[in-house]
Design a protein around this ligand. Sequence first.
Ligand SMILES: Cc1ncc(COP(=O)(O)O)c(C=O)c1O
Length: 406
Amino acid sequence: MPASLPPGFLAESLGRIKPSPTIAATQKARDLKAAGRDVIGLGAGEPDFDTPDNIKEAAIAAIRRGETKYTAVEGIPELRAAVARKFKRENGLDYTPAQCFVGPGGKSVIYAAMMATLNPGDEVICVAPYWVSYPDIVLLGGGKPVIVDARIEDGFRLQPEALERAITPKTKWIIFNQPSNPTGACYTPAQLKGITDVLLRHPQVWILTDDMYEHLVYGGFKFTSIAAAEPRLYERTLTVNGVSKAYSMTGWRIGYCGGAEPLIKAMTKLQSQSVSNPTSISQWASVEALNGPQDFIPKFQKIFEERRDLVVSMLNQAAGMECPKPEGAFYVYPSIRKLIGKETPGGKKIQTDEDFANELLETEGVAVVHGAAFGLSPFFRISYATSNQLLEEACRRIQRFCGNLR
Ligand SMILES: Cc1ncc(COP(=O)(O)O)c(C=O)c1O
């Protein structure tokens, strides 16, 4: 077998993107653990809970019924009907089943939307710190990501003036995400109004809202999806969601969206020539997830809220660290501005947030993801979707690491 490929063999588009840094960080932690190191992985973006039993049973029943064949490209009618009901029930949004689309994961739904719409030169606004995949999906689709910073001083929320400045006649989409991965930031209806007022003035801009973490909000925060906050944007909003985070179903690979029927048809055309359809069994499990009892969601919420409070409190006691308390998701995004330029006892200088993450992993065995991966430095992301005991130990190690910096 050749050790390398002939020059020019790989697609140029692949040269524009990088492998997912969060998946890479998770893998690095796994490898070190497998090699016998004592490593606490706080890199992975997935709940540590098991998928609820009623959902598993629905999948087993689907297999027994023989629901094991190709399905409709855009998802089985039963799931699209469940998605339409979910949007009405939880978000107050009216989508008919024909306006709903199912793909193999939320990531795949976003990918389909971008691939189906982007032409060379089209600009897509991504709010930094962003979920790592947005800019790379835009680049794969031949578009141009336009990064707008959401600063820690503004609670990591996009500010209307910054959005206004970023919009050009070439702006096709804004990818909007709340609760945010990686900061956990959410928007109240008043905060959304600032954003939607700007968008109303620019009718060429479509909105892809990624509501994947909507159920993971704390302290009584009430989530509002952007098209519900401003119904005049409904026609040009694609509302994306999925079962991965809310139902602890990351491995099942089901995401969905609601939007304008012609856009849904275009995404279906693309999916018909790529993945064909999401897995039949996972689709039936997702019907149960959306239609079945929702009582475990508040239980998940309560556990995550306690963990958030624990992590925020312990990280704010680490020397030089500033950790805002977010309203949602299961991430915190602390600032290490005051630690940049310091040295470890071993003489390594911390010049970037990547140095910080690497040294933390090397010396204390705690795996986090550095802020540059999310487009805003100097920060790092912790996923607190793990046990209190591990979180406490990890935070103690971070405190020790920071305390030893000079
Ligand atoms: C903000 C955000 N959107 C979408 C996804 C993708 O979810 P899925 O696993 O369903 O593809 C993730 C997963 O990490 C995410 O954090």
